[in-house]
Design a protein around this ligand. Structure first.
Ligand code: SAH
Ligand code: SF4
Length: 346
């Protein structure tokens, strides 16, 4: 059964043919502005709610919830209708509330240092399954307003292109979210970046670079063998020329692998040409990758070195490590391991 969030406003209007126009508005308001579930939109008659509830079902169901950072980071494992599981992370900061959504159940890209990549691909998510993650997080964030959506959970958003584009459009149109507040993170699917540039969408693009020489990047990010750094650069140039929007690079610092002075100079050259902002993330531990993240002192040194080389670089504060909710740790584990953590952090 589909989710009501699979519908756009025209779909809903045609579904309600014969009903007064204000019914569409009431439903739309309840769903998108207030983030209510169908049964809770009490402004519309019960008979209509029942008719719709028989046609549409919630796409996601909570299988587990854990919290850390004194409740400022919350992670949910959601079960989908076919038993597949995904994860969503809500992070509250002083100035913003951000939800990190999954775009696929699992991921086929196989990046060696990423728990999602280690676990492999299950399936694509639908529009409704992604939007419901956002709406669930918006309800959980209340009374604060959910301000940012980042596609940095499980999956490669540009390998689920149609859905990613539809979700961005709807969040922009129906929830008035601006480009600064919507970020798609990609491992570097070059042709999809070029296609995305042409959509004229209001969003910020983050590219997970991690290495600026092909030998190291081939090892960390297998997709680099298909779209090596030279090809990725072309796509980034197209993005900049077409959208005039800033680009950012993600760089998970791995001890002895991509935190050397040589790696710093390679990155400075690559990012400098594209005037990209660099986000440094200390590598988060995952079960399948035994190399360590860089020491914190090295993280700061690396950032200072980049800045001295003229690159706009910042360190991203890690959230949710203790509950496996940090970047690259999402593997939708619902076994005893996560449950024990859940007990500890409550
Ligand atoms: N597939 C997309 C988006 C999801 S991954 C992408 O790769 O960009 C979200 C971010 O987490 C990416 O920047 C990814 O490189 C990073 N990441 C993956 N594993 C990580 C780890 N173990 N530690 C830190 N960051 C990691
Ligand atoms: Fe997939 Fe991104 Fe993880 Fe690579 S880093 S395996 S693209 S989720």
């Amino acid at each position: 059964m589909p989710s009501i969030y699979d519908l756009d406003v025209a779909d809903l209007a045609s579904l309600l043919t014969g009903e007064p126009r204000y019914r569409v508005d009431q439903l739309w308001h309840g769903l998108w502005e207030e983030g209510r579930s169908l049964g809770d939109i009490t402004t519309v008659p019960q008979a209509l709610r029942q008719r719709l509830s028989a046609q549409f079902a919630p796409a996601i169901e909570v299988a587990n919830e854990v919290a850390s950072d004194l409740g400022a980071t919350r992670k949910w494992v959601f079960r989908l209708h076919d038993g597949a599981t995904i994860e969503t992370v809500l992070m509250s900061y002083a100035d913003r509330v951000t939800v990190c959504v999954s775009s696929q159940a699992g991921c086929a890209m196989g990046c060696t240092f990423c728990a999602t990549g280690q676990a492999g691909f299950t399936r694509q998510l639908s529009v409704g399954e992604v939007i419901e993650q956002v709406m669930f997080a918006a309800r959980a964030a209340a009374p604060r307003r959910l301000s940012n959506v980042v596609f940095m959970g499980m999956g490669e958003p540009l390998a689920n292109y149609r859905v990613t584009v539809a979700v961005v459009k709807r969040l922009h149109e129906y929830r008035s979210m601006s480009a600064r507040h919507l970020t798609v993170s990609t491992v570097g699917v070059a042709p999809a970046i070029e296609r995305l540039a042409d959509e004229g969408l209001p969003l910020t693009l983050a590219v997970s670079l991690h290495a600026a020489n092909n030998t190291t990047r081939n090892e960390l990010v297998p997709l680099n063998r298909r779209y090596p750094l030279e090809r990725l650069r072309e796509a980034c140039e197209t993005w900049l020329a077409t959208t005039s929007r800033r680009l950012s690079f993600e760089w998970a610092l791995i001890d002895g692998v991509n935190d050397t002075d040589r790696a710093m100079h390679e990155l400075a050259e690559y990012a400098g040409d594209l005037r990209a902002h660099v986000n440094l993330i200390p590598l988060n531990p995952t079960p399948g990758y035994l190399v360590r993240g860089s020491r914190l002192a090295r993280v700061s040194e690396f950032r200072d070195g980049l800045v001295a080389l003229g690159v706009n670089a910042t360190v991203r504060r890690t959230r949710g490590r203790s509950i496996d909710a940090a970047c690259g740790q999402l593997a939708a584990v619902t076994d005893g391991r996560v449950s024990r953590v859940a007990l500890r952090s409550r």
